[in-house]
Design a protein around this ligand. Structure first.
Ligand code: NDP
Length: 398
C-alpha cells in the first residue's frame, strides 16, 4: 500500500507494477483520490487499486489498512505524516517504509529522534520500519555502507554531492514539494567534524565540482538528514558534509523570497484569513509533478569517501547519473522523483523478500548493502564506483 500520489508516489507505483512477482497487489491511497486514479490509469490493466485517505488521521489509516491488509506500507506522502502512519502500522502490525524523516509542521526541524523512539515498540510488535529509502537519504547511505563493506577498514570522510542539472524552463520552480524544499535550503548549513556539528549560514560555503556527464557546477554546503544516521552508524567517521548544486536564477529568486518573508512558516492575518506565507507561495508555484514533461538534462548524486584499507589510503567516488527525459518516458515523472521512487520500491522489495526484514526501526546503512546495490543496477539506477583523487577542499569556490 503506497500513501501519497505526488511525483514520488507516481514513480513508486509504476516501478512496483513492473515487479509483479513481488508486488502482486498494489494500492495507492492519498488525500486526493483523483490523483491516484490518474496514476492507476497510466499503469493500466487494473494493476493499481486506489483509495482516499487523510494520513494525518491515525484512525482513518487504521481503517484503511484493516480493509486492504497490505504486507507493507510505503509512505511517500509528506514528512509531516510519518508518525501518524507509523502509529497506524503499529496498531495493525504492518511493516513501514518512508523516504524522509519526520518534521513537525510548525517548526523547520527534521530529526530522527521522533522515529528512532519507535524502535522498541516496532521490535516488540515484530514489525519493521525502514527509514529514508529514497536517494538522499537512501542510496547515499547504501553507497557509504557498500564502500565500508568492500573498500575500507576505516572511513575518515564522506562528502555527499547532489547535482540536479535539469532545466524545466521556468525562472523558478522546485523539483519536489516546494514547502519541504524551501525549508531545507533556507535553513543554516551544518556539517560534522571531529564529533561536533559545525554550523554555517545558509549557502555560506561553496565549491565548483566537475560532475561526470554534466560538467562543472557550483555546489553549496547544506545540512541533510542522512548525516545524522550515518555519523551515528559508521564508527570513527571524522567528517561528513553534504553539498547540493543550485543555479543562479534559483538562488536569485530564493533571496527575494526570503527578503520579503514569503518563506515564513508562521501564519499571518490577511484580509480576515490566517495564511502561512510559504503555503501561499506553494500555491503560486508550478506543481512539481507538472515539471516532468518539460525537464531536460541530468542528475548526478554520489559520495566521495576517503579512509584506509590494510594501512593504505583509499579514496572512492560512487555515483549515479539519471536523465530527466528518460525517467519521464518510463514513469511520467522527472529524475528527482524517479531517483527517490526507485529506491523506495527496492526497499519495500528488500522487506517483502526477507533480505532486509528485521523487527525494529532501521536506517539504510544498518542493513547489508549488496542486494540493494544489485537491484539499483537492475531497476534503473546504475552506479559507478571509481577511484578518486579529488580533495573537495582543494576545489575552486567560483
Ligand atoms: P508531492 O508534494 O508531490 O506529493 C505528496 C503527496 O502526498 C501528494 O499527493 C499529497 O496529496 C499527499 N499528501 C500530503 N498530505 C497528505 C495527507 N495528510 N494524507 C494523505 N496524503 C497526503 O511530494 P513528492 O512526491 O515530491 O515527495 C514525497 C516524499 O518524498 C516527501 O516526503 C519528500 O520529502 C520525499 N522525498 C525524498 C527524497 C529522497 O531522496 N529521500 C527526495 C525527494 C522527495 P495532495 O495531492 O492532495 O496534495
Amino acid at each position: 500500500m503506497i500513501i501519497g500520489a505526488g511525483g514520488v508516489g507516481r514513480v513508486v507505483t509504476h516501478k512496483c507494477a513492473q515487479v509483479p512477482e513481488v508486488f502482486s497487489d498494489i494500492w495507492l491511497a492519498s488525500r486526493t483520490e483523483s490523483k491516484c486514479n490518474r496514476i492507476a490509469n497510466e499503469v493500466g490493466s487494473d494493476r493499481v487499486k486506489t483509495a482516499q485517505v487523510d494520513a494525518d488521521k491515525v484512525a482513518d489509516l487504521v481503517g484503511l489498512v484493516r480493509k486492504i491488509e497490505p504486507e507493507v506500507v510505503i509512505n511517500v506522502a509528506l514528512p509531516y505524516q510519518d508518525l501518524s502512519i507509523m502509529d497506524a502500522c503499529l496498531e495493525t502490525g504492518i511493516d513501514y517504509l518512508d523516504t524522509a524523516n519526520y518534521e513537525p509542521p510548525d517548526e523547520a526541524k527534521f530529526e530522527y529522534k521522533w522515529q528512532w523512539a519507535y524502535h522498541d515498540r516496532f521490535k516488540e510488535a515484530g514489525i519493521m520500519a525502514l527509514l529514508g529509502s529514497g536517494f538522499d537519504p537512501g542510496v547515499t547511505n547504501v553507497y557509504t555502507a557498500y564502500a565500508w563493506k568492500h573498500h575500507f577498514d576505516r572511513i575518515d570522510t564522506v562528502d555527499i554531492l547532489d547535482c540536479n542539472a535539469g532545466d524545466h524552463g521556468y525562472p523558478f520552480a522546485t523539483n519536489f514539494n516546494p514547502e519541504i524544499n524551501i525549508r531545507e535550503v533556507t535553513a543554516n548549513g551544518r556539517y560534522y567534524e571531529h564529533g561536533q556539528w559545525l554550523e554555517t549560514r545558509a549557502m555560506e560555503l561553496s565549491r565548483v565540482f566537475d560532475f561526470p556527464e554534466i560538467g562543472p557546477r557550483k555546489m553549496y554546503l547544506l545540512y541533510h538528514e542522512e548525516m545524522e544516521s550515518l555519523t551515528k552508524h559508521i564508527p570513527g567517521i571524522r567528517r561528513m558534509r553534504f553539498w547540493m548544486t543550485f543555479g543562479d536564477s534559483y538562488l536569485k529568486h530564493l533571496e527575494v523570497i526570503r527578503n520579503i518573508g514569503l518563506d515564513a512558516i508562521e501564519p499571518i492575518e490577511f484580509q480576515g484569513h490566517r495564511i502561512v506565507p510559504l503555503q501561499f507561495l506553494e500555491a503560486l508555484l508550478p506543481d512539481p509533478a507538472s515539471l516532468g514533461p518539460r525537464t531536460k538534462g541530468k542528475t548526478n548524486i554520489g559520495c566521495i569517501i576517503k579512509g584506509e584499507k590494510d594501512g593504505k589510503p583509499v579514496s572512492r567516488y560512487i555515483y549515479n547519473v539519471s536523465d530527466h527525459e528518460q525517467c519521464y518516458r518510463e514513469t511520467y515523472a522527472q529524475a528527482v522523483s524517479y531517483t527517490t521512487g526507485v529506491p523506495a520500491m527496492i526497499g519495500a522489495k528488500m522487506i517483502l523478500g526477507g533480505q532486509w526484514r528485521q523487527p525494529g526501526v532501521w536506517n539504510m546503512e544498518q542493513l547489508d548493502p549488496d542486494p540493494f546495490m544489485d537491484d539499483l543496477n537492475r531497476y534503473g539506477l546504475p552506479w559507478h564506483d571509481i577511484e578518486c583523487d579529488i580533495e573537495v577542499d582543494d576545489l575552486p569556490t567560483t
